[in-house]
Design a protein around this ligand. Structure first.
Ligand SMILES: NC(=O)c1ccc[n+]([C@@H]2O[C@H](COP(=O)([O-])OP(=O)(O)OC[C@H]3O[C@@H](n4cnc5c(N)ncnc54)[C@H](OP(=O)(O)O)[C@@H]3O)[C@@H](O)[C@H]2O)c1
Length: 183
């Protein structure tokens, strides 16, 4: 039986819980990402160290279409795309389809660390099948007012806070695990 990879989330949200503007835009993140990038402290957001260990990325079809437009900034990492569509194909896609089939494909392919990228619908689907091992949320000091939620609506899940840290620009990093999966 293939070994289970580690499934991790790493996502930025506004203080009011949105990951994108209503039209899916993420330009609101630019000033915060710039604050992280300009900081002289070592790997302020931790992204470079984080992505180094990731060998596959799982994302919803909406996020896939957006990142493809940016030229796929994930190198040769395998892409898994959540969709209800059958036979969905595209550049960088190793497998596409509903969550259970993606999970089976990921595990058959022997990945070690999988980034569940989002968006909110995908986070919800992954949550509801108990896929996450860990989740880092970067809370940006802004109230966006409206947008796409970090987690689509659904059942309650409890997490364990492992660490919280302040980043440049007033960004708060919250690191959770799912070791207490009771709810
Ligand atoms: N701030 C951040 O760090 C961050 C990170 C990632 C994404 N985002 C943003 O998130 C936005 C997109 O989020 P989103 O929640 O609207 O979309 P999403 O999760 O990226 O993708 C939604 C699509 O996933 C498929 N899907 C969802 N649930 C499913 C299920 N249970 N089974 C099968 N397929 C399912 C559906 O595709 P089909 O219609 O093909 O069935 C649905 O249209 C983008 O604007 C992106 O910029 C932000």
């Amino acid at each position: 039986m293939p070994a289970r990879p580690r499934y991790v989330g790493y996502i930025a949200q506004s203080l009011d819980g949105y990951i994108a503007t209503p039209d899916g835009g993420v330009g609101w993140l630019d000033p915060f990402n710039a604050a992280l990038a300009e900081c002289s402290c070592e790997d302020a957001g931790g992204y470079n160290a984080f992505i180094e260990e990731v060998d596959a990325v799982l994302m919803g079809r909406a996020t896939y279409r957006q990142v493809l437009g940016w030229g796929w900034p994930y190198g040769d990492r395998a892409g898994y795309v959540l969709t209800h569509r059958h036979d969905y194909k595209g550049d960088h896609i190793t497998a596409a389809g509903p969550i259970d089939g993606l999970r089976a494909a990921i595990e058959e392919n022997g990945h070690q660390k999988v980034w569940i990228m989002g968006g909110g619908e995908t986070q919800r689907a992954a949550l509801d099948v108990g896929m996450f091992d860990a989740l880092s949320i970067f809370v940006m000091p802004t109230i966006l007012g409206d947008g796409l939620p970090c987690f689509a609506k659904g059942a309650q899940h409890n997490l364990t806070l492992e660490k919280s840290s302040e980043k440049p620009g007033g960004i708060l990093q919250l690191d959770y695990t799912f070791k207490d999966r009771a709810a």
